[in-house]
Design a protein around this ligand. Sequence first.
Ligand SMILES: [Zn+2]
Length: 101
Amino acid sequence: MTKGMDDRRKSLEEEYFHRKNQEAIEKLRAKMKVAEEAKAAGISSMKCPRCEGSLNESKFEEVTIDICDKCGGVWLDSGELEQVTQKETGGWFSRLWRSED
Ligand SMILES: [Zn+2]
């Protein structure tokens, strides 16, 4: 294999990953737009990833969580799990968490 071919392969890989990244960003942007529009309209855009039920915001230890009205699944946004575990120091949640170690 010549150096020229290595370079060509590398640039093709870079182009591929660049395109994949762009696609991921576009999808994320579309998702955020839907969420923003729903928020502006005053409705929850969140659908349960498990059963397609609607997620209702609820408070747990002063942390907002989303609970599915169909299957009862509980969903946390990024950072919310940390908030719950911090507030629950010494509680069942952190004991459950630590038992994983
Ligand atoms: Zn559900």
